[in-house]
Each structure stands twice: as structure tokens, then as C-alpha cells.
Ligand binder design. Structure first.
Ligand code: GLA
Length: 684
């Protein structure tokens, strides 16, 4: 905890946020409890070592009970109480949900769905991102909160709104329609350019003026795909612009770092976080284990790595997770004993410098009353309380990990824009979902014991030995050129099917698929052959495949495996092209998990990237963070039995035990080896 004395306040400038130790925190909603309970809360927070709490996330209706009349007495008391107890504050601007008086006074701020129906108050986030009226009221609150607490020594971080776009990312109201037209005018300048980009000669959709253009409201048939894609881009930009408005308001009155909590998660895709991330002073993410997915824990690691990518490899904060069940999945599964510790340490292993929870104390009212908390309904005589106490101790023993960076030699290109475009209607197969393809590639790397960094299209790839590009359906010319010159210079890439197909307007690239990467990959496809539901194929190297195939000719590539069954029998399925000084692999089908992992291990060996498939197969996830002084090797045992790992001499940080050369990691547990640096010219 860094406290800043009054004398130092004026010297503070807005800067990146670097916690001195691993942050251990929570969302705290004292407004749901009486002041006597607050005293118990802070005493318990101190007991388990809480360093920072997020407050005032949903504070608006209490702070401003009538338009323009502010009452900060309760928030003052809470902040002073936390400060007196040495607990830092992650202060919400409070604008996440408008109070009922505002939606009553200005019903025009309410969001409208694509079918034209209003989304009413009574839940949360009932506001249109483009509404100038909402923005005016919200920014007034931000000014009030910002100037009152902007120099308060307890305030360590600003928390703008909450999960921007969680519910209200896409609004189709008339105000949004007007803002969309302005956005289009800025992007295209003329309506003819919109017509060209959207291909409106198709189905008599040609526009004569901007005033005729609408958001993609519900249509009878499939809508214009580029209109939908541009609306996704617009909506993402609108929410970012809203964040920037709050941030800039704060900048005027406070030198404390500013952020908001992202949702890098499988079920929300409305925000292009590559454009958002440079605007926050520290990247913060909320992650909830999603039991609707085939492999929830794999997605946890994927999300943590992608969040680190957004942070440019710097440490980031896990702003929210659950100690146990959530309340918003069809079946809200509790966590097995030890799972919360393991999940927290996976985030830490993958670059987090802070672990926080939603929420501190379980509510007794409202729709989240069955959501888990650090302090459950049962109180301190509970497994959860014992486990959060243990987590506090564990984070304390890992404090020297703070600031270290994850070591990765392999990158994966990930794109929200490609996600939006790939998942539009009327594609060759509804089974080709962008995120699913990215997860499959990630799993293959994971099973090979390879740690991966996520990068944006167009990012510098020169620091990586191997780059994996799953189903990058939409790619801009200049971003495809970066991949090509990386390979020309000696890099290795693996590109999977349905990549490079369209340009930024969702316009198909002609002359054979995969358009943008055809020359690089040394192949050409003249027709897609997506598979029927449940259909599988076999390749002549024994690999199994499903979902997709395509009729491909190798132009300059070497055929690594061909179809041994189905219509395309004998045609290339996997190819390897030596391209100038580098190598480009093409995977034209959806390999089963084992075959995909085998292929990536082969590509990794080709690129001299070390793999540890046997360690991964034993159930051990191994991730290394590096500082100037040491490597911190996180060993996470997913197996149902203990697993041994050779590494040392080292110190195991959670137990403090010395490790000569081998350590046994108990089932479900995590161990962290501190291996002192032996070389002075280490890459950090
Ligand atoms: C989100 C929100 C929190 C809470 C949790 C519940 O992350 O930010 O306010 O609703 O979900 O899982």
C-alpha cells in the first residue's frame, strides 16, 4: 500500500499504475449495509490483507438524489474509514447506472434494441452510449466526484463507470442513428464511398444521401454485412469516446491513474480493446469462469494472456472474479476447494499484478444475492472465508513477482474486427466461429507447453520465433504485408483456414483463397467444402479433422498431409511453404485437438521454439515470469494426482521451501519457483 502524505499530493501526476505489492482487492458496496457492518468489514479486510477496494461503482442514485444536488456524506465516511485502516481506494466515478429521476426526466436516454423496443430502467446500464443528454449528466457527476476526491491520499486508482458496454454496447435509437451517420461521414466523406464500401448495388440498397442510412435494425432477410460490421466499429468507437469523455474530465482534476474494467471474455465481443487499451493507465480485466464453454479453464488462461497482450506485455490487474458461483449462468456452479486459489494464481502467472473479486460481502437483496463473495452469507465460519484468507497470505508471499514480465516466444494474432466479420450471417459454415478457432489454436499451443503472447494485426512480430494466425477472415492489406515481411525476414507462421478472405469492407479477395496470404502460403483454393454436421475426415498422416475442408492446389508449397477420405481425397490439407528466409504453414481444415497439437509442435521445432508436451500431458501448466533478478516459474497442477517437476536450485515461494532439483506439485495446487538469474544480459 502506498500512502501519499498531504505534502506530496500536489506533486502527483497522472502516470501508469504500478502496485508496490500484488494488489488484493474487491468491489465493496457499503451502501447495502449499516455503518456498524462497515466497521466489521474493514477489520476483516485488514485481517486478510486487502490492499485496495473498488467503491462507488453504482453510487449515482445515492450521491445525487435530486438533479444537481449532491450529498457526499456517506462516501466521505467510507473513504475516511478505509483510509484510516490503510486500505487504498479504486474509486468509481459512479456513472454506471443512471438514477430513476434521470430516466424519468429524460426517457430519450434509454437504449433501443434492434427490433425498435426500448430497454427500460429497473436493471442497470439503461443508457444510450451516443446520448448527449446522458453524457452531460454523467460528466457533471464525474466533475463533482473527481474534484472532491481527486487529491485524496486514499485514492490510488480511478474506475470509470463499470464494464462499459456490458449490456448497452449496441443501441439502435434515433440518436444513435444520427451519430452513426456522422461516424460514416467522417470515415467515408461521401455517400458514394459508403455505397462502394457496403456493396449497395446488391439487393437495391443504394443510398442517395446520408439521411437515408439507418443502424442495422432488424430486417426480414439477412442484413447488409458491411453495414453490420461498420455498426460494430461505430458502437465500439462510441463507447471508447464515452470513456475518453469521463477520463478527460478526471484528468482536469486529478493526477491519480485512470482505468476501467474490460471484459476480455468469451461472451462479450462488442469492444475492440486494441483501440481502447492505450487509453487506460493500467489494463484491468474482469473474468468469470464460464461453465457454458467446453473448457472453462482453458478460456481463463486465454483471457489472461489476451489481457496481457492488451497491456503490451506489462502487468495488468484482475479487477473482478468470483470466489465461487456467479448468478448469471443457467447453472451457477460453485468452485471446488482450492479452485479459487488456483484460478487466481493462473491470472498471476499470466501477468496480473492484482487479484480482486466481485464482491466483498454477499448481498441479501437484489438480483446478485446468490452471487458468491469473499464474505459469504454464512460469514467467516465458511470454507470461502478460509480460502480467501489463504489467498491473502499467498499473494503476500509472492510480492516480489510484482512488475515481472511473462516470457513467450510465440505470438498469436487476435482481432476483434475479424471476430465481428467472421461471425456475420451467411457464411459457408455456422460452425466456423472466430473465437472457437482462436481457442482451438490456443489449446494446441497449451497442450504443447508453449506460452503465447497475443498481438494485434499489424503489430511488430520481430521478437517472436513463431506466429499463429487462426481464421483471420478479415485482414487489411497493410496488416497482411507485415506478416509477409516477417516471414520473408526469417519468421515462421502457421495460418489456419478462413484467413485472409476479405478486405476491411468484407469484400472478397479474388483469384483464389486465402486471398491475402495466397502467395505467402504457396497454395490456392478454388472452392470451400465445409463438412456436414458431425462429419469427420482423415488425413494421410493419420490426423483427424472436422468442420471444414477446401479444394486446394499447392503452387509452391510442399504438401505435408492430404485428405485420405471424402470428396477431396488426395488434395492438400496441410502445407508448408519456404518463403524467402522464413516458413509459412497452412492448415486447411479443423484438425482434432491431438493432431493440431502435433502439427504445432512440428512447426515449433522448425522454428526452434522449445515445447514441453509431456509436461503438459501430465496436467502441469508451466508459465514463467521474469524480473531482473529471477525467473518465477508457476507450476499449476490440473491432474488428479501429484506431478513432479525438475527445476532448481530454487526457492518455492508459497511454502518458502528450498528446492534442490525436483518438486512435487500436489493435485489441484500451484507452486512458484524462484530461480535466481544466472545471466546478466537477460531479456525482460
Ligand atoms: C460484472 C459487474 C459486477 C457484477 C458481476 C457479477 O462483472 O461488473 O458489478 O455484476 O459482473 O458477476
Amino acid at each position: 500500500m502506498t500512502n501519499i502524505s498531504t505534502g506530496e499530493r500536489s506533486a502527483r501526476v497522472s502516470t501508469r499504475y504500478h502496485p508496490a505489492v500484488i494488489d488484493f482487492g474487491c468491489d465493496y458496496n457499503p451502501e447495502q449495509w449499516s455503518p456498524e457492518v462497515w466497521l466489521e468489514d474493514v477489520a476483516l479486510m485488514r485481517e486478510i490483507g486487502i490492499t485496495v477496494v473498488a467503491i462507488n461503482i453504482f453510487g449515482w442514485a445515492l450521491l445525487e438524489q435530486k438533479p444537481g444536488v449532491f450529498d457526499f456524506s456517506q462516501l466521505d465516511s467510507v473513504i475516511e474509514l478505509l483510509h484510516a485502516n490503510g486500505i487504498g481506494v479504486n474509486l468509481g466515478t459512479g456513472t454506471s447506472s443512471p438514477p430513476p429521476w434521470l430516466t424519468t426526466l429524460h426517457p430519450e436516454i434509454l437504449p433501443v434494441a434492434d427490433d425498435g423496443t426500448t430497454r427500460w430502467p429497473g436493471g442497470r446500464q439503461a443508457w444510450c452510449p451516443s446520448s448527449p443528454v446522458f453524457r452531460e449528466y454523467a460528466l457533471r457527476l464525474v466533475r463533482e466526484v473527481g474534484s472532491r476526491y481527486g487529491s485524496h491520499p486514499a485514492v490510488r486508482l480511478w474506475h470509470v463507470s463499470n464494464e462499459l458496454g456490458c449490456h448497452n454496447a449496441l443501441c439502435y435509437c434515433d440518436v444513435s442513428a444520427a451519430a452513426f451517420r456522422e461516424w460514416l461521414r467522417a470515415r467515408y466523406r461521401t455517400i458514394d464511398a459508403v455505397n462502394a464500401a457496403w456493396g449497395t448495388t446488391f439487393w437495391s440498397q443504394r443510398y442517395s444521401s446520408f439521411s437515408e442510412v439507418l443502424p442495422p435494425r432488424l430486417t426480414l432477410s439477412t442484413p447488409n454485412p458491411t453495414q453490420v460490421l461498420d455498426f460494430d466499429r461505430f458502437s465500439s468507437d462510441e463507447m471508447l469516446s464515452y470513456y475518453l469523455a469521463e477520463r478527460d474530465e478526471l484528468r482536469g482534476v486529478t493526477g491519480v491513474p485512470i482505468t476501467t474494467n474490460f471484459m476480455v471474455t468469451a461472451h462479450i465481443k462488442t469492444q475492440d480493446y486494441w483501440s481502447f487499451a492505450p487509453e487506460v493507465d493500467v489494463v484491468a480485466n474482469d473474468h468469470y469462469v464460464d461453465h457454458r464453454l467446453a473448457d472453462p479453464l482453458l478460456e481463463l488462461s486465454f483471457s489472461a494472456d489476451l489481457t496481457r497482450g492488451l497491456a503490451g506485455g506489462e502487468p495488468w490487474l484482475l479487477m473482478e472474479q468470483a470466489t465461487g458461483a456467479v448468478n448469471w449462468q443457467p447453472r451457477n456452479l460453485a468452485k471446488a476447494p482450492g479452485a479459487m486459489m488456483r484460478d487466481s494464481l493462473i491470472h498471476l502467472a499470466r501477468g496480473a499484478d492484482g487479484i480482486s473479486f466481485f464482491q466483498w460481502r454477499a448481498s441479501v437483496q437484489g438480483s446478485e444475492k446468490f452471487h458468491s463473495a469473499m464474505l459469504p452469507h454464512a460469514g467467516i465460519h465458511s470454507t470461502t472465508w478460509r480460502e480467501v484468507t489463504e489467498l491473502g497470505k499467498a499473494l503476500g508471499s509472492l510480492s516480489e513477482v510484482t512488475g515481472s514480465r511473462v516470457v513467450a516466444e510465440v505470438a498469436m494474432i487476435f482481432s476483434w474486427e475479424a471476430w465481428w466479420a467472421c461471425d456475420l450471417d451467411s457464411r459457408p459454415s455456422e460452425e466456423v466461429r472466430y473465437l472457437d478457432q482462436a481457442h482451438r489454436a490456443y489449446r494446441a499451443l497449451h497442450e504443447s507447453g508453449i506460452t503465447v503472447d497475443f498481438v494485434a494485426p499489424g503489430a511488430d512480430l520481430s521478437g517472436y520465433s513463431l506466429v499463429v494466425i487462426p481464421s483471420l477472415y478479415l485482414v487489411r492489406d497493410e496488416d497482411a504485408a507485415v506478416v509477409e515481411s516477417y516471414v520473408a525476414g526469417g519468421g515462421h507462421v502457421v495460418v489456419t483456414y478462413f484467413s485472409g478472405i476479405v478486405d476491411e469492407d468484407d469484400r472478397v479477395r479474388l483469384g483464389g483463397y486465402p486471398g491475402a496470404f495466397r502467395r505467402l502460403l504457396g497454395i490456392s483454393t478454388d472452392e470451400f467444402f465445409p463438412l456436414a454436421e458431425g462429419e469427420t475426415l482423415v488425413l494421410d498422416d493419420g490426423s483427424g479433422a472436422g468442420i471444414w475442408s477446401e479444394r486446394t492446389t499447392a503452387t509452391t508449397a510442399e504438401v505435408i498431409a492430404a485428405y485420405a477420405s471424402g470428396t477431396l481425397h488426395g488434395r492438400p490439407a496441410i502445407a508448408r511453404n519456404a518463403y524467402q528466409r522464413g516458413v509459412a504453414w497452412y492448415v486447411g481444415t479443423s484438425l482434432d485437438a491431438t493432431s493440431f497439437a502435433n502439427l504445432l509442435q512440428r512447426a515449433a521445432a522448425d522454428a526452434s521454439v522449445p515445447t514441453t508436451p509431456l509436461v503438459a500431458a501430465a496436467g502441469l501448466e508451466v508459465v514463467t515470469r521474469r524480473s531482473a533478478d529471477a525467473d518465477f516459474v508457476f507450476l499449476i497442477n490440473h491432474a488428479e494426482h501429484p506431478v513432479g517437476y525438475f527445476g532448481g536450485p530454487a526457492t518455492e515461494l508459497l511454502t518458502g521451501a528450498p528446492v534442490e532439483s525436483e518438486i512435487e506439485v500436489p493435485s489441484g495446487a500451484v507452486r512458484v519457483l524462484r530461480i535466481p538469474a544466472t545471466s546478466t544480459d537477460r531479456q525482460i
